[in-house]
Design a protein around this ligand. Structure first.
Ligand SMILES: *Cc1c(COP(=O)(O)O)cnc(C)c1O
Length: 230
């Protein structure tokens, strides 16, 4: 039952908060529903979850009309500039800004609809070849480049840590990302708040919370394994 999965994840989130001396409401649990049908999303919604994450723009576009209005949709996956149109009115935040061109496109689209989109900058903390994201050492410069765009607001950083069966191996990346965000916050760049750290997935969200995550993105732990064959 999805309800049991959610309860287990909730208990672990609460446990990690307690171990870290943090309050439970400092951490937002985002239920990552990519590839999952709306019926499953509804089941989790019934349990009180309002924040859902998707990584394909078209999937957000297709699911939104079928589900309650008060869901907050987080765009967490790589976003191509020509797909921004699908999410600009539907997403509450884009977690995966990784190029100036994408930031500019989001800014323009948001501005033309009279809004400002909260964004996170995706950082490739482990410098993996296979991953998107800005290198840690380039992050401050990148943020300075996009900070003044009128249709976005930089709310913090996001990272996807390496896939591992040993969550402890990712602790250093989470710790370094927290440090990076504190460093950048200290620069007091206009239009930039480093209030959010989106890090931690099913395999490592407890460690991420212990290291300062304010948003964890949990898919498999809540919805079960994904079937990409369909
Ligand atoms: C799929 C995905 C997740 C969730 O992954 P799980 O390991 O299933 O929890 C989190 N973040 C991003 C960016 C994803 O694409």
């Amino acid at each position: 039952m999805l309800k049991d999965n959610l309860q287990e994840v909730e208990a672990r989130v609460a446990g990690a908060c307690a171990r870290a001396g943090r309050s439970r409401d400092e951490v937002l649990l985002i239920a990552v529903s990519k590839t999952k049908p709306v019926e499953m999303i509804e089941e989790i919604y019934q349990q009180g979850v309002r924040d859902f994450g998707e990584n394909h723009p078209q999937e957000i576009r297709d699911k939104v009309p079928q589900l309650p209005d008060d869901i907050r949709w987080h765009m967490i996956g790589h976003l191509q500039t020509n797909k921004v149109k699908y999410i600009i009115e539907r997403a509450c935040m884009v977690h995966s800004v990784d190029s100036v061109r994408l930031a500019e496109t989001i800014s323009r689209a948001a501005q033309s609809r009279g809004r400002r989109m909260p964004v996170l900058v995706e950082v490739n903390m482990a410098k993996e070849e296979s991953k998107y994201g800005i290198m840690p050492e380039d992050t401050e410069r990148f943020i300075r480049e996009i900070a003044s765009l009128p249709g976005i607001h930089v709310n913090g950083l996001m990272t996807i840590a390496p896939y591992t069966d040993h969550a402890e191996e990712n602790r250093r990346y989470f710790r370094d990302m927290k440090k990076l965000s504190v460093d950048i916050a200290g620069k007091n760049i206009d239009n930039v708040d480093m209030c959010d750290l989106s890090m931690g997935m099913t395999g490592d969200y407890e460690v991420a919370i212990e290291e300062g995550a304010t948003m964890v993105r949990v898919g498999t732990g809540i919805f079960g394994v994904r079937d990409y064959s369909r």
